[in-house]
Design a protein around this ligand. Structure first.
Ligand code: C5P
Length: 293
């Protein structure tokens, strides 16, 4: 049977600078997206209407109904192309859910790619990116992968060069954090203080271009971190443990609760992951590298 397979990576944000809340409820961002080697896999086959089945270590508890971002992506693409939504989707989830790794966005991006091929749609990258942006702020980057600077809600992207492979440890937490709840907590913490326009700055792009892990470690920054830690105080222990174990730097990934640590090289990442797992300050420690395609 005809089947199209799309493999899509998780992302981390080495820099996440959050501006003031906009009238539409979103926040202007300036961020660096960096895809890492942890993948969900989307399979699309001909079907009658839309169906979705989920498998893999992080499938438990994820709804397979119309609220799933993969199903919404199939409908959005069909509406855009004016074709019927006829597809049997299966998603294998290796990316933890509601973890700050954009797993749902990866599934949406994989669905867009797989359905576009299955339905033989002749869409430009720009058209696909516009459908992606209608589904969520992180979906356009999930389509693109690699490393990119994101502005606007995160949907305006510009690829940035990375001079060397970087080795990371993802300290996955038990349970989830809701992205809207973390942004709302940030607004509470900021109260009515005047918030500057978001900026990625120069240090991270320069460190990435040079492929200098020490400099990348020093430049890691996430404006959502304080809000995520205030909702999940145990994350402070996770971050401290990574620093104590010699990570070059560590931050909460996106809106959390995953924490991400940078290692000197692959061997250091393996040691760091062993130490993190043994510390009991995370549920699981995964070794990944980036940028991933
Ligand atoms: O775009 P997405 O569906 O991923 O956003 C989820 C929620 O995260 C939004 O409803 C909003 O509360 C928050 N968000 C934001 N500003 C952004 C991206 C997300 O406030 N740039």
């Amino acid at each position: 049977m005809l089947q199209v397979i799309a493999r899509v990576p998780a992302k981390i944000n080495p820099v996440l600078s959050v501006g003031p809340k906009r009238p539409d409820g979103f926040h202007d961002l300036a961020t660096v997206f960096h895809a890492v080697s942890l993948y969900d896999e989307v399979r699309a086959a001909p079907g009658d209407g839309v169906s979705l089945t989920l498998s893999g270590p992080y499938a438990v508890g994820v709804p397979a109904d119309d609220s799933n971002l993969a199903v919404r992506a199939a409908h959005a693409l069909a509406a855009h192309a004016d074709v019927p939504t006829q597809v049997t989707l299966s998603v294998h989830k290796e990316i933890p859910v509601a973890a700050g790794l954009a797993g749902g966005s990866a599934d949406a991006a994989g669905t867009l790619r797989a359905c576009a091929r299955l339905w033989q749609l002749e869409l430009s990258d720009a058209e696909l990116a516009a459908v992606a942006a209608s589904l969520g702020s992180d979906v356009p980057f999930a389509l693109m992968a690699g490393t990119a600077e994101g502005t606007g809600r995160g949907e305006r992207l510009r690829a940035i060069p990375v001079g060397a492979r970087l080795h990371w440890v993802l300290a996955v937490a038990d349970g989830e954090l809701s992205t809207p709840a973390v942004y709302a907590r940030l607004d509470e913490l900021r109260q009515d203080r005047c918030v500057a326009s978001p900026s990625v700055g120069d240090d991270m792009p320069a460190a990435l271009a040079a492929g200098d892990p020490q400099a990348v470690g020093r430049a890691l920054r996430n404006d959502l971190q304080e809000a995520a830690v205030s909702l999940r105080p145990a994350l402070a222990d996770t971050l401290r443990t990574g620093a104590d174990l010699g990570a070059l730097g560590g931050i909460v990934s996106g809106s959390g609760p995953t924490c991400v640590f940078l290692a000197r090289d692959g061997a250091h990442a393996a040691d760091l992951a062993t130490g993190m797992a043994a510390s009991g300050t995370c549920a699981e420690a995964l070794v990944v590298h980036g940028p991933a395609a």
